[in-house]
Design a binder for this molecule. Structure first.
Ligand SMILES: [Zn+2]
Ligand SMILES: [Zn+2]
Length: 396
């Protein structure tokens, strides 16, 4: 019985590496064409070794060849392991497959058929459906073959029909050393068509450079491999730097606002708030001990000295005053609000220190100036871009 899908690891390695070499050779064709053009279009007196030209050539090499080589190198082990596991699973699927019912011979209807082969196939050539196990059986009584799917349904030969009128056809098969040819003739419209099955294996062309190319493109050389990884990292760092710089430029109005924002120390909060609150009749302003965590929180309290102000009015006025007093700073009244009892009020303040948080504050501020228009499209004309490993543009 021959149903072994799983083969020696060497088998998979050879196929994988052959693809790596083929990919790389195709990439090199592009790279060499680009390189020739680059040399051709260099201004008088320029050499390819000049940093400007070298970076462009290098970037194109990485995009055309280098990044793919690194990708295939990094994923090789996992890919081969998964591939072998899939083949092994196919083998065990076939080995464990059992016919659910006693099959009857297609030809003489007797039982006692013997399994001669099992294989995984797509039913009726439907390649989207999962493969199923097909059993091949031989009848000991009439010596003919029958085939059944795992669930007991008989395998049916799909009859060949005329592609023009869907009628039945007759056929005649001729066999040569190289191929088996079947000529079909439609019984209705007499249309003739052929089906050819090649027997001679395509002769593999000798590939004298393969071993050398395999060692090179599969990155067996440590120095070359590390050079490629470092180049990739360099471009990625450059892209990250560029992205950050561009973000700073695009959002200059926000960063300017952050610079202008007041960042009072805890000791400075008391004078800022006391003067405003006392004018409105809130006395004995007092700060609690700050809670120092990832963010800084600080509780505060005061007394309402106005006897005619009720609970709701008192809280609302205090909130408004605190919000206004802190508007230009990186401090905010916490959303949990202000508590009031018998004229004693307390609440909490929070300091924003991280850049992301400060940006959010600046964006929310009513005083934020409009965004400056950049002349991005004009800049783009003279830029080279390559893609990094995450598919983002690296601008050179
Ligand atoms: Zn039979
Ligand atoms: Zn026909």
């Amino acid at each position: 019985m021959s149903y072994t899908h799983l083969k020696e690891r060497q088998f998979y390695e050879d196929i994988y590496d052959r693809h790596t070499v083929e990919d790389a050779r195709r990439g090199m064709v592009h790279y060499e064409k680009f390189y020739a053009e680059l040399v051709n279009e260099m201004p008088e007196g320029d050499t390819i070794d000049m940093p400007r030209n070298a970076v462009v050539a290098n970037a194109f090499y990485m995009q055309a060849v280098g990044l793919e080589l690194l990708h295939r190198y990094e994923n090789r082990e996992q890919y081969l392991t998964d591939w072998m596991a899939k083949d092994e699973a196919k083998d065990s699927r076939i080995a464990n497959a059992r016919l659910t019912e006693e099959p009857y011979c297609h030809h003489c209807s007797k039982t006692g058929l013997r399994i001669t082969d099992k294989s995984l196939m797509h039913r009726d050539g439907k390649h989207d459906d999962p493969e199923e196990v097909l059993f091949m059986l031989r009848c000991p009584h009439c010596d003919k073959n029958s085939a059944f799917w795992e669930n007991g349904t008989a395998w049916k030969v799909k009859p060949t029909v005329c592609p023009k009128c869907q009628s039945e056809v007759t056929h005649k098969t001729t066999r040569t050393k190289k191929a088996i040819t079947t000529a079909y003739t439609c019984i209705s419209c007499k249309h003739i068509f052929k089906d050819k099955f090649n027997l001679s294996e395509k002769e593999e062309k000798p590939d004298p450079d393969f071993d050398k190319d395999r060692a090179h493109y599969c990155l067996w050389d440590k120095e070359f491999r590390e050079h490629l990884f470092a180049t990739k990292k360099g471009f990625e760092d450059m892209a990250e730097f560029g992205r950050k710089r561009k973000e700073k430029e695009d959002n200059k109005h926000i960063y300017d606002a952050i610079k202008e924002m007041k960042k009072p120390k805890i000791a400075e909060l008391t004078p800022i708030l006391t003067s405003v609150l006392e004018k409105a009749g809130y006395i004995e302003f007092h700060l609690d001990k700050p809670e120092m965590g990832r963010d800084v929180y600080i509780g505060f309290s005061c007394l309402d000295s106005k006897s005619d102000r009720d609970d709701y009015e008192s809280r609302k006025t205090l909130k408004k005053l605190v919000d206004q007093a802190l508007e230009d700073t990186n401090w905010r009244l916490m959303s949990d609000g202000i508590y009031y009892r018998l004229g004693y009020l307390n609440g909490r303040l929070r300091a924003y220190e991280r850049e992301e948080d400060l940006k959010t504050l600046a964006i929310k501020s009513k005083k934020l100036k409009p965004k400056r228009q950049s002349n991005e499209t004009a800049d783009k004309k003279h830029q080279w871009t390559i893609k990094d490993s995450k598919g983002r543009d690296i601008i050179l």
